[in-house]
Design a protein around this ligand. Sequence first.
Ligand code: ADP
Ligand code: MG
Length: 351
Amino acid sequence: MKSSRLLSILLALLLLTGCTRPAPSADAKVSASASADESPNETILFAMDTVMKLTVYGDESLLTAAEARITELENKLSVTDENSEIYAVNHNGSGSLSEDTADLLGKALELCHRTRGALDLSIYPVVRAWGFTTGEYRVPGDDELSKLLIHVDYTKIAFDEKAGQVSLEPDMEIDLGSVAKGYTGDQLVSLFRQAGVTSALVNLGGNIQALGGKPDGSPWRIAVQNPLGDGYIGVLDVVDQAVITSGGYERYFEEDGQTYWHIIDPATGAPARSGLISVTVVGDSGLLCDGLSTALFVKGYEDAVDFWREAGGFEMVLVLEDGQIALTEGLEGQFSPADPSAEEVLVIRHD
Ligand code: ADP
Ligand code: MG
């Protein structure tokens, strides 16, 4: 991992801690249901190639259970771990999947269809050619990309969900990296909810999912990072929602004055230059928000707005290359800009 990326994740975590720290409490006693004066149980860990922070108002053992669940999912879904299910499928051309992996693959393929291939799980060989999987960055030539793009087509992933069987065409490889953290967040929230927790915050490297609000009933305050510099562009008040950002600043390299980032336009095989530099999607499902944040980054402003108007079921904050912030009308009362005197925030409406 690039040290600048690790640093920015740590900074984001610090920021988040600042925004979400509860009022100091003299009594650190913790019970399954949250009350306004208790301290949370927290842990910070490194998994899925990112820094994660879990905050739970509930029994400490829930953190151990959550960490075990993260490890279990990472072991199944990782594209680089030689023992994972996805690795096996990529290297054998087919394979049978566990319930988790089949569930995620089915839902992710549905998102590929809904976004008409802006999200494409078979983009992996192209991502690798740019060096994003290893950190050995390079700019592939046009010929190399054209050859790789022949095998990028999610409609050719043959998946029998009932049987849990998937098979790929020769030279195809799949990667669930664009949706795995959102799915994991959903799993952790449901694990906590089933244990009776009513207040928790799951931060998977900037993918944030809230269970309930804070113990005092007020919303969680989630900072949306500034994709053009330090700090954040604003704060979102959320209860029971996921807030997931895809940005050009998350993983990138520079060569000959050009910046190349890790979100690829499947139509060209190159980093998506749609005019957007960050897309934050807010909604009930982490999986949906994660998949859409990647796909709408590829689609660009106009197509993202059309998609939101037609599909609904989520809200979004877009940052354009010139720094203009735009948000959908459902977030109007939820978003406070960091700098209220800065250029006006554009509100995207349904009509
Ligand atoms: P992050 O995981 O860094 O938060 P995203 O959720 O946007 O960011 O996922 C980006 C990852 O998804 C990339 O690292 C790459 O592995 C993969 N990817 C890049 N472009 C696409 C795409 N168009 N469709 C599906 N996966 C993609
Ligand atoms: Mg994503």
